[in-house]
Design a protein around this ligand. Structure first.
Ligand code: SF4
Length: 272
């Protein structure tokens, strides 16, 4: 594992209002994410947290008092809280500090609508707590199965196969699960293969397209140059013209309906 800079910080509230369409509130037990995915959109957080100039993936701030800020007042009835919108709550450092686990222990008292999105089998450590929530689902993100490519895209994240195995265990243990196929890399992500692999282990499959932005553009095109140079022109085209995503959306919908898989497509950023 790469060496990361670790700091402790105190926060006013662990639960904050969400700007996402699929969650009312978010809970991020850490600032930064040691998985260091090259396509990550969350690195805008650097500007707001005193990490300007540092590489995403090279630092983690631990919100040491996050659990104690969770009170009856901060958990709104019938609102959905998403854990892990700009960090992975089960990145490796969680094994030592257990901030996510302590947050779950506090949340249990209030039984909110809860969703956890992760790339890490470390979530299995908390199965005892997860089983006690009345309204919870867990999503596992996998965009690419090829281990060699995944290692370049998500350098510190657990291998895709391990994530799928964890998803299966969660499902077998009675937890509601979904596979989050995200981000979809055009002509690299094999969505049919992923769906086939998980169709008996999830309640739903969610799809999100790759979003090439100013902050990740250079890293994505360098990745293509190293591994799939023949796709660079196509990616440039896709950035300006959303028709690729419209076609893919239709193919995904047709495939999922044919195979009777519950699905949801989040293709929000079709052009730049
Ligand atoms: S796991 Fe999520 S938050 Fe962490 S670096 Fe990857 S995309 Fe970003």
């Amino acid at each position: 594992m790469n060496k990361i800079k670790v700091k402790k910080r105190r926060v006013k509230s662990a639960i904050t209002k969400s700007g996402l369409p699929n969650a009312d509130y978010v809970l991020n037990p850490y600032v930064g994410c040691q998985h260091g995915c090259i396509y990550c959109y969350a690195d805008f957080m650097k500007r707001f947290t005193g990490h300007n100039g540092e590489d995403w993936g090279s630092f983690v701030d631990i919100k040491v008092n996050a659990p104690e800020t969770i009170t009856a007042k901060s958990v709104k009835k019938d609102s959905l809280i998403l854990i892990g919108s700009v960090t992975d709550a089960y990145q490796a450092i969680e094994a030592k500090y257990k901030i996510t686990r302590k947050c779950l222990e506090r949340l249990l008292e209030f039984q909110p609508k809860l969703e956890i999105l992760t790339k890490s089998p470390l979530i299995l450590r908390d199965l005892d707590l997860l089983k006690k929530f009345e309204n919870l689902r867990v999503g596992m993100s996998v965009g690419i199965l090829d281990e060699k490519l995944a290692k370049q895209l998500e350098p510190q994240a657990p291998p895709p196969q391990k994530r799928l195995e964890a998803l299966k265990i969660l499902y077998q243990q009675g937890i509601k699960t979904y596979l989050f196929i995200s981000p979809i890399f055009p002509e690299i992500t094999d969505f049919k293969q992923l769906v086939k692999l998980v169709k008996n282990d999830v309640d739903q499959v969610l799809f999100e397209n790759l979003n090439i932005r100013a902050n990740n553009r250079k890293r994505i095109f360098e990745f293509l140059k190293r591994n799939k140079p023949e796709l660079a022109n196509l990616y440039e085209k896709i950035k300006k013209d959303g028709s690729y995503w419209n076609d893919l959306e239709r193919k995904i919908a047709k495939y999922c309906r044919k195979n009777k898989i519950g699905y949801k497509i989040y293709f929000r950023h079709k052009t730049i």
